[in-house]
Design a protein around this ligand. Structure first.
Ligand SMILES: *[C@@H]1O[C@H](CO)[C@@H](O)[C@H](O)[C@H]1NC(C)=O
Ligand SMILES: *[C@@H]1O[C@H](CO)[C@@H](O)[C@H](O)[C@H]1NC(C)=O
Ligand SMILES: *[C@@H]1O[C@H](CO)[C@@H](O)[C@H](O)[C@H]1NC(C)=O
Length: 886
């Protein structure tokens, strides 16, 4: 009896270390970002919000999973918005507690101030980018393999399917291979590197994988078990991808590109998972795991437009900044299989992240396969299915081989295999070194393809092929002698308003210029001083955030033209995208301007297809440049801006409306097989069409001239350049303001003085109970926001009641905070918050709130043990379009 109890405890605590199974049928889960410097402890916060602390969220500091039992009275539908959500409502109420002389109200405020982010977690289903099960590939004529036989002899290969692995040795088109066999001959086989397959499991019992399986980096986030066994009947995708990299050189199936490396499996695609688990998955074992190969994403249906939630973005950034001992996790993403539906990888926030290496596909003949998505964020192509052939690899089962694998799903692991080889010889390469090496060593293919375009750096770039095909030999040998790049720097320009366009944090857009025939253009100028201010020596990625309304999103075309006349098509027409929500602060990315001198005038052009009954407005845009630093010694860590979705850029923390901010939601990523055409392997590829028919370079060059030369009908430059760059300092100051509270504790003292002065002047307004800008802001950041932007989070050493004061937070592992950081007196607090920003207009009054007595539940560390539920719903803005389309 006692023994089994001890075992149970051990199991539970073991699970807690990993990631607890969250029981969505009995509880609502939230993720809470707690700023311990504000004062109240996590347990105090939890008690006040009426939530239980479950565990830390993945590898993210100060992010906690909390939960409440589901209340029967409220239907799950009515809780989809924060008004119906008791926990969010309670926080909103705490934030608006404004009886300045009431110590309880003050304590409530401090509790609220220590919560930088709170969002409800729901389950999502991610979509694999794999092929559907189709008939086995055409049998090979086993007699004609002279090239393969030579390698088999030389390297003593006994894998029976090796001769069919054309991506390694291609008898018919010898130039179309990953070009790694010469590396094997040099002894470069991936030794010591771990690549993780974030997918639907990994069959570690396969004789082709068992010897290379890396258990420490593996976990099943669908069933919350240590081992990622692919349990569902169609859970073969992750195993196939893993085989491409780590299939052992033995007598089973074929070999992996890095056959002496280790492969780990992270199972997330076999059912719904929460953002918490997805975030944890992308940071799993991230010191020892080098590469995360991700062949999934939002649906490739040509109408979805989705980006990772705030929590997942934070996890990706955490991997970049802290993974691999600070060298950065390598996130390899498949570009998507929706090209046949007009889908583009710039409508997927994972593939168009600067932190991911986006890999599209070319086929057996080096042609562009019908499914492989194009966009300005494509970095490179690797081989996959098409023109009659599939990728041959390991399959689920003891010794089963897959012969129908393909899609961009299979291109990404082929690239990951090459990166594995490179890291085995140069483990010190950072995430950006791999991107640089990719750009520099990629090889142009199909030179006559009209999609190629000359860049300012002299390279050719194509939306279909990125910088070209990944040449394994060239890449790895270049990596051996590569001089590491300097740390990353960036220049984020303030958002440009066009036609007084504006947008709130919740995405309500108004104003802007009508999109007229020929399009609307807007320009900004980047000067030498800007680059120096941004510490930016050379350009790598560029992102463009846009605010556009339109009756039909798929009609809109967006392009940006550099000072050197290089054009990036960011959005081309999408025939099936009928969404009416436009682009509320959507961020596009381009790698086409890599190594370009960014000084001079940048122009954005927004146009549509000119349908009479479908129109829209261009409200504004925001350009950011990322690259190498001038002075490596002054580089800081990038922080995700809090208010980057608001137009105009906020001069100071501002006022999102209370109550209607959507919470994070449950979503299902469709299976990667879902949008991959059934004939992805058989269909003949092409190399004679531009990626974007409507963005045809030849047709396009005429358009901007007509619209921009005379600036007809609405084309305009919204802000004088001086205004622009005087704004720069505001921006910099603003960022400091925004992050000061969370990041820079010693600023508190300084701002205390400011607040004191302001409070004195404005104290008479204390009886005004309308909501404060600061209050609203904090709530508005519930699902998007992050660290408390409010430097007003000075805390009161004496404000919290004694019974809470020094309670050790043993459950959560938080250390007791120091109560004497700032010697502020009690009386000080009763109104200083009113003085936050006298210039900010007040929002509509919110009912004054008095915190209700709540059941006090001590935070617990228990793991919920019931099976994962199948929550569903929508709400998070970034996912809502997809929800509609599913
Ligand atoms: C492999 O790479 C080397 C170096 O770039 C090149 O000379 C060779 O032609 C490549 N082989 C193939 C088949 O592409
Ligand atoms: C993972 O890496 C750390 C160093 O970063 C090392 O101490 C640890 O032993 C490694 N774990 C495994 C399982 O190899
Ligand atoms: C923008 O607003 C200002 C004043 O608020 C007005 O003078 C100006 O005409 C507006 N511009 C446009 C393009 O609507």
């Amino acid at each position: 009896m006692r023994l089994s109890f001890a075992l149970l405890v051990a199991l539970l605590s073991h699970h807690a270390v990993h990631a607890t199974r969250h029981s969505f049928d009995t509880h609502d889960y939230y993720v809470l970002e707690h700023n311990p410097r504000v004062g109240p402890s996590l347990s105090q916060v939890a008690r006040r919000l009426g939530v239980q602390v479950v565990e830390r969220a993945g590898e993210l500091d100060n992010f906690w999973v909390v939960r409440v039992p589901i209340q029967h009275s409220s239907s799950s539908l009515s809780k989809r918005n924060s008004e119906g959500d008791h926990v969010l409502a309670r926080l909103a109420a705490l934030r608006s507690s404004r009886y300045p002389r009431d110590p309880d109200s003050h304590a409530a405020r401090r509790i609220a101030d220590s919560v930088s982010h709170l969002s409800r977690q729901e389950l999502r289903q991610r979509v694999k980018r794999a092929p559907p099960p189709i008939r086995p590939g055409d049998g090979d004529d086993a007699s004609k393999h002279p090239l393969a036989l030579a390698i088999i002899d030389k390297l003593d290969i006994h894998d029976p399917q090796f001769t069919r692995q054309w991506h390694l040795v291609n008898e018919e088109f010898p130039e179309h291979i990953m070009n790694v066999t010469r590396l094997w001959d040099m002894g470069i086989t991936g030794h010591g590197v771990v690549t993780s397959f974030v997918d639907d499991g990994l069959d570690y019992e396969s004789e082709d994988l068992v010897d290379n399986f890396w258990e420490a980096g593996s976990y099943d986030f669908n069933d919350h078990e240590d081992l990622p066994y692919p349990k569902l009947f169609d859970d073969h995708h992750g195993t196939r991808c893993a085989g491409q990299v780590g299939a052992v050189k033995n007598n089973v199936c074929g070999v992996g590109i890095a056959y002496d490396s280790k492969v780990a499996g992270i199972r997330i695609l076999s059912g719904s998972i929460s953002d918490i688990d997805e975030a944890a998955a992308l940071n799993y074992n991230y010191q020892n795991t080098s590469i995360y190969s991700c062949s999934w994403g939002p649906p490739d249906d040509g109408k979805s437009m989705e980006s990772p939630s705030y929590l997942i973005e934070r996890a990706i950034l955490n991997g970049i900044q802290n993974g691999r001992d600070g060298k950065g996790s390598i996130f390899v993403f498949a570009s998507g299989n929706g090209a046949a539906y007009g889908d583009q990888c710039n409508f997927d926030g994972y593939t168009n992240s600067i932190y991911s290496i986006t890999v599209a596909a070319i086929d057996y003949k080096g042609l562009h396969p019908i499914y492989s998505e194009a966009c300005a964020a494509n970095l490179v192509v690797a081989y996959s299915s098409g023109s009659g052939h599939h990728i041959v690899t390991t399959d689920k089962g003891k010794s089963v081989c897959a012969t129908t694998h393909g899609g961009t799903s299979a291109a990404a692991p082929n690239a990951a295999g090459v990166y594995t080889l490179a890291l085995s010889v140069r483990p010190e390469l950072t995430w950006r070194d791999l991107q640089h090496l990719t750009v520099r060593t990629a090889e142009v293919i199909n030179i006559d393809d009209p999609d190629w375009d000359k860049t300012a750096s002299g390279r050719l770039f194509s939306y279909k092929y990125g910088y070209g095909r990944l040449n394994g030999y060239e890449f790895v040998t270049a990596a051996q002698n590569w001089q590491l790049v300097k740390p990353q720097a960036w220049l984020e320009l303030p958002a440009v308003q066009v036609g007084n366009g504006s947008s709130t944090l919740t995405g309500e857009m108004s104003g802007g210029l009508p999109i007229v025939p020929g399009g609307v253009t807007s320009t900004v100028t980047i000067t030498q001083e800007d680059l120096e201010r941004g510490n930016l020596e050379s350009l790598e990625h560029l992102t463009v955030r846009v605010w556009i309304t339109h009756d039909r999103r798929g009609d809109v075309e967006v392009e940006v033209i550099s000072p050197n006349g290089v054009k990036s098509i960011l959005a081309a027409r999408r025939l099936v995208d009928t969404n009416k929500d436009g682009y509320p602060a959507w961020r596009f990315m381009s790698v086409k301007h890599w190594d370009e001198d960014p000084r001079g005038e940048w122009t954005i052009r927004v146009s549509d297809i000119g349908a009479k009954d479908r129109t829209g407005h261009f409200l504004g845009w925001q350009l950011s440049l990322f690259g190498s630093s001038i002075d490596a010694s002054i580089v800081r860590e990038y922080e995700i801006p809090l208010f980057d979705k608001v137009l105009p850029s906020l001069p100071s923390p501002n006022e999102p409306p209370v109550g209607d901010h959507p919470s994070t939601t449950t979503r299902a990523h469709p299976k990667p097989t879902e949008h991959l055409p059934g004939n992805h392997g058989e269909a003949e590829g092409e190399a004679d069409k531009p990626a974007f028919e409507n963005g045809d370079p030849t047709e396009d060059t005429a358009k901007p001239t007509s619209s921009s030369s005379a600036a007809p009908s609405g084309a305009m430059v919204p802000t004088a350049d001086e205004g622009w760059f005087s704004d720069m300092s505001t921006l910099v100051a603003n960022q400091r303001w925004v992050f000061g509270a969370a990041g820079i504790v010693f600023l508190f003292g300084l701002t205390a003085g400011v607040f004191l002065c302001r409070r004195a002047a404005r104290r008479r307004r204390a009886e005004d109970y309308s909501a404060l800008p600061g209050d609203d802001l904090a709530l508005g950041t519930l699902s998007r926001g992050g660290r408390g932007p409010r430097t007003k989070e000075l805390y009161d050493a004496f404000g919290e009641r004694g019974d809470d004061e020094d309670e050790p937070d043993e459950h959560t592992g938080l250390r007791a905070r120091s109560p004497d950081a700032i010697g502020v007196e009690v009386g000080f607090h009763e109104g200083f918050l009113d003085d936050e920003d006298p210039n900010t207009p007040r929002t509509a009054p919110t009912p004054a709130y008095r915190d209700e007595p709540e059941k006090r539940e001590a935070p617990s560390h228990e793991g919920a043990a019931s099976p994962s539920g199948s929550g569903s719903g929508s709400g998070d803005g970034s996912w809502e379009h997809a929800s509609q389309t599913r």
